[in-house]
Ligand binder design. Structure first.
Ligand code: HPA
Length: 279
């Protein structure tokens, strides 16, 4: 535990040594959504392999670098790719980047992911604000002795996804004429996609979306007091909804298709979040 703190501190320092920028907002770009990081100005691109103790992504479609740069006037630290439990990483490893963010001085994160759509009012390519999640990953990054330097034990999760940020995102989406749904994300372990029976179960327990990421990150972020906005891109309708098999290629293609809309929304939301935290 003690070690996690020291490792996070060392990793944070090594990132900040590579840039004069001092971002207060962190982003995580999910499968097929990494393009936003290519558009930053004054960017320092730091491969995860060059950040001490930082977990490296093995999934296809994840570049695996931290890009610190300016999105317009807003300095941001962007993770182009993330690691997942299904790659064999522990929940602590999956959540480690949030702890590094916290030691870098990041106060808010915008997490993005690819997800399967369960709610029938969604369609492929839909953007969905996550209002809440259901953790079905069977794991939690906070298990073990609590390190009070990150945060207190038993963090509250009633407003895991900040209501004020959801409001801002909806307002900006309206201005852009972008349809933005809102829903509950069920986080599963993966890496197999769900069966139609599992999707039916998830629908009955109140899930609108299903994915294999985000949950551990949100828990660790909240633990350290980082505020969270999370947006899913429905890259496919979940298993059994359409009469066709799911494929990772489809997930990547949809990410590519919504890229422009998605990036425009991120750009619009960033100054609002920056204003919230006074950066
Ligand atoms: N299920 C789980 N994770 C996903 C899906 C899905 O259908 N699509 C993208 N990520």
């Amino acid at each position: 535990m003690d070690e996690q703190f020291t490792l996070a501190e060392t990793a944070a320092r090594s990132v900040l040594e590579r840039t004069p920028l001092r971002p207060r907002i962190g982003l995580v770009l999910g499968s097929g959504l990494g393009g936003f990081a290519d558009s930053l100005d004054d960017a320092a691109r730091i491969p995860y392999a060059e950040i001490p103790a930082f977990p490296r992504s093995t999934a296809i479609g994840h570049a695996g670098q931290m890009v610190v740069g300016n999105a317009g006037a807003v300095p941001v630290a962007v993770m182009q790719g993330r690691v997942h439990l299904y790659e064999g990483y522990t929940a602590q490893e999956v959540a480690f980047p949030m702890r590094v963010f916290s030691r870098m001085g990041i106060r808010s994160v915008i997490l993005t992911n690819a997800a399967g759509g369960i709610n029938l009012s969604y369609s492929q390519g839909a953007l969905v604000l996550i209002r809440d999640h259901i953790n079905l990953q069977g794991q939690n990054p906070l298990t073990g002795a609590n390190d009070d330097r990150f945060g207190m034990c038993f963090p509250d999760m009633t407003q895991a996804y900040a209501r004020a940020y959801r409001e801002m995102a909806r307002e900006e989406a309206n201005k852009l004429g972008t349809m933005l749904h809102e829903g509950i994300y069920a986080g599963l372990l993966g890496p197999s996609y769900e069966t139609p029976a599992e999707i039916e179960y998830l629908r009955r327990i109140g899930a609108d979306l299903v994915g294999m990421s985000t949950v551990c990150e949100v828990i660790a972020a909240r633990h350290t007091g980082i505020k969270v906005l999370a947006i899913s891109c429905v890259t496919n309708m979940a298993a059994g909804i359409l009469d066709q098999p799911l494929s990772h290629a489809e997930v990547m293609e949809t990410g590519e298709r919504v890229k422009t809309t998605f990036e425009a929304l991120l750009r619009a939301v960033l100054p609002r979040v920056a204003q919230d935290i006074g950066s």
